[in-house]
Design a protein around this ligand. Structure first.
Ligand code: PNS
Length: 160
């Protein structure tokens, strides 16, 4: 059985992330979506708590089998060892993603885990969690870019 670990902040999950999850699942028997951070120590920049993010991801991946949603803290390679993952999966949208991801992939390879990249579909290549938060905060619509439940949560959190 092959298992991939798809790590990230997912603050919040977008349709771009969901696309990577679905496509990774076609390659691996199981995909563990790994939300980084400490549940008791909300990062200054995070909008959603770890529990909120885990709940949203679980809800929007309900229709898929072979998906597990977990929280992790510390080194990603350690977590991958604990869950017995064969590889890390990352989504690549832009050249700037590539620069950042390349460095992490090389370091993670040195520490013992390989990275498999899923190239973002053109439909989603401009999406980011930060952009979803900014647009919602300023009164714009993110319909069709994040799942409806995430859209509602964004509006609730960011309503002025
Ligand atoms: O969604 P993000 O914020 O781009 O996710 C970044 C994340 C969580 C995947 C990355 O920061 C990470 O792997 N953190 C775990 C700590 C770690 O292993 N650092 C060394 C990476 S080589």
């Amino acid at each position: 059985m092959t298992k991939a670990c798809y790590p990230g902040s997912f603050d919040p999950i977008t349709y771009g992330h969901l696309d990577v999850i679905e496509r990774a699942r076609r390659v691996f028997d199981e995909v563990v979506v790994a939300v980084s951070g400490s549940p008791s120590n909300l990062s200054k920049n995070a909008l959603f708590t770890i529990d909120e993010r885990l709940e949203m991801i679980t809800e929007v991946t309900q229709h898929l089998d072979g998906i597990k949603v977990m929280n992790f803290e510390g080194l990603l390679v350690e977590f991958c060892r604990q869950i017995d993952a064969n590889a890390v999966v990352k989504g690549l949208r832009t050249v700037s993603d590539f620069d950042y991801e390349m460095q992490m992939a090389q370091m993670n390879a040195r520490m013992g885990i390989e990275t498999v990249f899923v190239v973002a579909g053109p439909k989603y290549s401009y999406l980011s969690s930060s952009l979803m938060k900014e647009v919602t905060k300023l009164g714009g619509e993110v319909t069709g870019l994040v799942p409806p439940t995430v859209e509602r949560s964004l509006k609730e959190k960011l309503k002025r």
